[in-house]
Design a protein around this ligand. Structure first.
Ligand code: GDD
Length: 316
C-alpha cells in the first residue's frame, strides 16, 4: 500500500511516517524545501520525498499522477492560530488551495484512493458550558480565520465525497503534543523555556499567555495511530473527533512541566501572548471514533510532557 503524507517533515507528519513504516506501508511525503529535513532526516532512506508546493496545482497534479497513492494523509497547513489573525488571507488561501489541489488531482488520477483531512477542534470555536464534552454534532462557531479555513477543508471533503464519491474522511483533532512539537505551541514553548533556563541560556523567568484556557491534550503518537485507523475503518463523508476527553487548564500543564525540574523558575505573563479571542474550554467527546475503531489514547499525559521536555533538553 502506498501512503502519501503531506507535510511529512512537520510535527504530526514525522510521527505518522514512523507509524506507517512500522506497519509495512510504502511511505512518501511532501516537503517544501530539501534544505531543512529537521524531523525526517533519520527516515530519509526509508521514505520518498517530493519537494512539492501544494499551493501550486500543476505541481500537485504531477505528483499525484506519478505516485497514484492508495492513501493520502493531508496534514500540511498553516496551523498556528495567532498567525491567522496576523495574515488571514494567507491562512485561508494556503489551507484551501492545498486542499482543493489534492482533491482535484485525486479525482483525476486516483479516484479509488482514500484521503484523511486533518481538521481541528478549533472549528467548534465558541462552545457553551453545557456543550462540553463536544460532539461532532455541535454547532460550528469559528473564532479565527484558521478555524474558518478548517471548516472549509472539512466541507470540501464532504462535497467531493457527495459529488465524485471520493473516500474523504475528516478528523477534528483536539490539541496534541509530544517530542518535536513546534516551539510556538504552548506545551512545547513552556518546555523549551524550562530547558533553556536549566542550561543557563536565559534568566530564570518563564513567560506565559492565558493560563486559564482549558484544553484537551492527546499524545501525538496516539493521534497518528488514530489517523491510520481513520482511513482503515471510518466512513467517507463523515467527521470524527480525536481527543482524550480530559480537559486541563494550561496552568496545570505548566505546573506538571515545572514539577520535572529542580531549577527555581519565576512565572511572568507576557501580554503579547494573549489572543483577540481564546476559546475558554475545549474538551472533546471521541465516542463516535471509538465506536468505529476501538481507539483509545494510551500514553499518559505526564509521560508525554516528560518526553517533550527531554526532547528539548536534548535539542538545545
Ligand atoms: N502558544 C501559546 N499558547 C499559550 C501560551 N500561554 C497560554 N497559552 C494558551 O494555550 C492554549 C493552547 O495554545 P496552542 O498550544 O498555541 O494551541 P491552539 O491554539 O489550541 O491550537 C493547536 O491545537 C489546535 C487543535 O488541535 C490545532 O488545530 C492548531 O493547529 C494547534 O495545533 C491557548 O488557549 C493559548 O492561549 C503561550 O505562551 N503560548
Amino acid at each position: 500500500m502506498k501512503a502519501l503524507i503531506t507535510g511529512i517533515n512537520g510535527f504530526a507528519g514525522s510521527h505518522l511516517a514512523e507509524h506507517l513504516l512500522g506497519g509495512g506501508f510504502e511511505v512518501s511525503g511532501t516537503i517544501r524545501s530539501s534544505s531543512s529535513l529537521r524531523h525526517v532526516v533519520q527516515l530519509r532512506d526509508m521514505v520518498r520525498l517530493y519537494e512539492c508546493e501544494l499551493t501550486d496545482h500543476a505541481a500537485v497534479e504531477a505528483m499525484i499522477a506519478e505516485l497514484r497513492p492508495d492513501l493520502i494523509f493531508h496534514l500540511a497547513a498553516q496551523s498556528f492560530i495567532p498567525d491567522s489573525w496576523a495574515a488571514p488571507m494567507e491562512t485561508i488561501h494556503n489551507n484551501l488551495s492545498c486542499q482543493v489541489h489534492l482533491l482535484e488531482a485525486m479525482r483525476k488520477h486516483c479516484p479509488s484512493g482514500k484521503i484523511l483531512i486533518a481538521c481541528s477542534s478549533e472549528e467548534y470555536g465558541q462552545v457553551e458550558a453545557d456543550e462540553v464534552p463536544i460532539k461532532e454534532t455541535n454547532p460550528l462557531r469559528p473564532l479565527s480565520p484558521y478555524a474558518v479555513s478548517k471548516i472549509a477543508q472539512n466541507f470540501l471533503g464532504y462535497q467531493y465525497f457527495k459529488n465524485y464519491g471520493l473516500h474523504a474522511v475528516c478528523v477534528r483533532t483536539f490539541n496534541h503534543t509530544g517530542p518535536r512539537r513546534g516551539e510556538q505551541f504552548v506545551t512545547s514553548n513552556f518546555a523549551k523555556q524550562i530547558a533553556e533556563i536549566e542550561k543557563g541560556l536565559k534568566p530564570p523567568v518563564l513567560y506565559v499567555g492565558n493560563l486559564e484556557a482549558r484544553r484537551d491534550f492527546t499524545d501525538v503518537r496516539d493521534v497518528v495511530r488514530a489517523y491510520g485507523l481513520a482511513l482503515d475503518k471510518c466512513e467517507p463523508g463523515e467527521v470524527y473527533n480525536i481527543a482524550s476527553g480530559v480537559g486541563r487548564e494550561v496552568r496545570e500543564v505548566l505546573n506538571i512541566l515545572l514539577g520535572f525540574s529542580t531549577t527555581q523558575i519565576d512565572i511572568q505573563q507576557d501580554t503579547s501572548r494573549l489572543r483577540p479571542s481564546d476559546v475558554k474550554v475545549v474538551v472533546g467527546d471521541y465516542s463516535k471514533f471509538h465506536a468505529r475503531t476501538g481507539w483509545h489514547p494510551e500514553i499518559p499525559f505526564e509521560s508525554t510532557l516528560l518526553d517533550l521536555l527531554n526532547y528539548w533538553r536534548g535539542t538545545i
